[in-house]
Design a protein around this ligand. Structure first.
Ligand code: B12
Ligand code: SF4
Length: 495
């Protein structure tokens, strides 16, 4: 009944919108990552690779590395958008513009679009929820053949109503090696800028259940893994893609972007062994929970495979906050784990979060002290992440200062319990200033290993811009404070 006429699908374009600072030409791009230049989305390149097998004329634009050539996009038959929370506003803007100028079918997907589809569908024809490795093929075939779109995982319009066809099982076979050449101008940029590095995603999902986590709501709590051979081949291609023609790379490192790589121990060990047995001699960095610090066999293999650092989601520095967010962690074990990782000759990068109920003035200084005392060579300090689709978001919605998604990129966006929002924002600035201070630069020059030292110096430039952006938001937070502090005290008594 809802089948339509077969549609021509000869040209596909995919768009990864930037957020507040999409790509632009700048001298800064040579040494500052994540200001106007950053790595394009692995997820969307993977989908482009799958789609290109059906529709040869498939190309992706990422505002992380280039401007969009709109004249090439208008006459596409389908346009796909990858939507995270931080780039949702810009994605909608671009989609609305294309709606006016193009007859293409507009499709959205990715974390924010999936978990917040009633909003996303206002700007497109279809939302494909969850991982689209399989559903993208089904959609292209259905449109081509004029079939009814009734398979699970689709949000669509029917008689002016939004309909969801139901949850779909996440794909098990995720062994696609992304063809990075499908991203417009990426090959040139990757060879030109040291600030872009090889990036490989090897597994999806995490069995833990931290209340604020978007990753498990989207990918699920079952870990789905690529095969070691497929990962090694991807690493090889990623390195080749980023190789400079004559001069060796100054800072050569592959980022395995999994959220908790060692979680499936047997699999992680088999991946490490496959890297060791291959001819790849490179540096690696990866994200892992602190428990990896108690696994001597894993750490020894990581070291042997070339892992020069592990990024640990430290998040908070007190046990009450871990409890508050259902994070299975405690301060004492965390510190011993960091010590043991260092003992294996692997560096530690710390990922921190502020804004928990316990946090008050001085939290920035406390983080900086922890970083210094525990010889952490790189950090990311952000405010609590409120992303629609998590139970944490639903429970704490009343604390939000606004829902301007493009400001949801590390800024304070809520009214914390024991500190004002703009004061908390200042604490992030204080932490950054203390961690990336001239004194620590000197320390890094003499005490850090080469790779850690190089990345620390690069991060000093990046953090300078992070602080500038955080300061810009301070004024907004001060204005919002006056408006929301009274509402907050009402809510506090209600709770
Ligand atoms: C690598 C990474 C980065 C890298 C590179 C980003 C990139 N584009 O790959 C860098 C360092 C640049 C980065 C930066 C940031 N990141 Co980041 N990043 C990641 C990380 C660790 C891996 C991304 C990845 O490769 N995933 C694997 C692929 C396979 O998944 P995927 O992209 O989601 O794609 C699949 C599906 O979502 C779906 N899909 C995706 N797009 C589309 C499109 C269509 C049309 C369809 C149908 C389906 C679909 O299908 C894909 C596979 O089949 C994720 C965590 C994670 N596990 O995803 C965080 C993550 C995406 N980042 C996050 C954040 C917050 C940020 C920052 C704001 C941090 C900050 N304060 O600066 C910045 C913003 C950057 C910007 N653009 O402005 C959050 C986003 C939360 C949210 N709800 O949006 C995440 C989820 C981390 C987290 N734990 O919360 N990030
Ligand atoms: S350990 Fe990390 S990925 Fe897993 S649920 Fe917690 S925050 Fe999410």
């Amino acid at each position: 009944m809802f089948a339509s006429n077969p549609q021509k699908v000869n040209k596909i374009r995919m768009i990864e919108a930037g957020n507040y600072s999409p790509y632009r030409k700048s001298f800064l791009n040579f040494f500052t990552y994540n200001k106007y230049i950053r790595n394009p989305s692995t997820g969307l390149v993977t989908l482009a690779t799958i789609a290109q097998k059906i529709v040869t004329d498939t190309l992706m634009y990422s505002e992380s590395v280039s401007l969009i050539r709109y004249e090439d996009v208008y006459d596409a038959d389908i346009i796909f958008f990858s939507v995270n929370t931080f780039n949702a506003v810009r994605s909608y803007e671009i989609a609305d513009r294309l709606r006016e100028k193009s007859n293409a079918v507009l499709v959205m997907g990715g974390m924010h679009a999936s978990l917040n589809y009633p909003e996303a569908i206002q700007h497109c024809d279809y939302v494909l929820t969850g991982d689209a490795d399989e559903s993208i093929t089904e959609l292209i075939h259905a449109l081509r053949n004029g079939q009814e779109i009734d398979f699970p995982g689709v949000v669509l319009w029917r008689e002016e109503k939004v309909v969801f066809t139901g949850e779909r099982r996440q794909p098990e076979n995720i062994d696609t090696i992304p063809d990075r050449n499908l991203v417009h101008d990426y090959a040139r940029m990757a060879k030109y800028y040291y600030t872009l590095w090889p990036q490989v995603h090897a597994s999806r999902g995490c069995p833990h259940n931290c209340s604020y986590c978007t990753v498990i709501r989207h990918f699920g709590r079952k870990i789905r893994k690529r095969t070691p051979q497929n990962i090694v081949e991807d690493i090889r291609q990623a390195i080749e893609f980023h190789k400079k023609p004559f001069i060796p790379r100054f800072k050569s490192c592959v980022w395995i972007t999994d959220d908790n790589f060692p979680q499936d121990r047997e699999w992680a060990i088999s991946v490490l062994k496959a890297i060791i047995e291959s001819d790849i001699k490179y540096n690696f960095t990866v994200q892992a929970r602190y428990e990896v610090g108690f696994d001597d066999e894993m750490l020894a293999l990581m070291k042997q495979a070339g892992f020069m650092e592990v990024s640990i989601g430290v998040e908070f520095l007190d046990d009450d906050s871990y409890k508050e967010f259902n994070k299975d962690c405690n301060y004492r074990d965390l510190v011993s784990a960091i010590r043991n990782i260092h003992a294996h000759g692997i560096g530690v990068r710390g990922l921190f979060m502020v804004g928990a109920e316990k946090d008050q003035k001085g939290v920035g200084k406390k983080i900086a002290k922890f970083v210094r005392d525990n010889h952490i060579h790189g950090t990311l300090v952000q405010s609590l992440f409120f992303t629609p689709g998590t139970p944490f978001f639903e429970k704490n919605k009343h604390l939000l200062l606004h829902q301007d998604w493009d400001r949801y990129n590390g800024n304070v966006v809520h009214y914390p319990q024991n500190i004002k929002p703009y004061e908390l924002q200042q604490e992030i600035i204080i932490a950054s200033k203390k961690i990336y201070s001239p004194g620590r630069v000197l320390y890094a020059l003499f005490r850090f290993k080469w790779m850690h030292m190089v990345s620390f110096i690069g991060e000093c430039f990046w953090q300078y811009h992070v602080r500038k952006d955080l300061r810009k938001e301070l004024e907004n937070l001060k204005k919002l404070d006056a408006k929301y502090s009274s509402a907050h005290s009402v809510n506090k008594t209600e709770r």
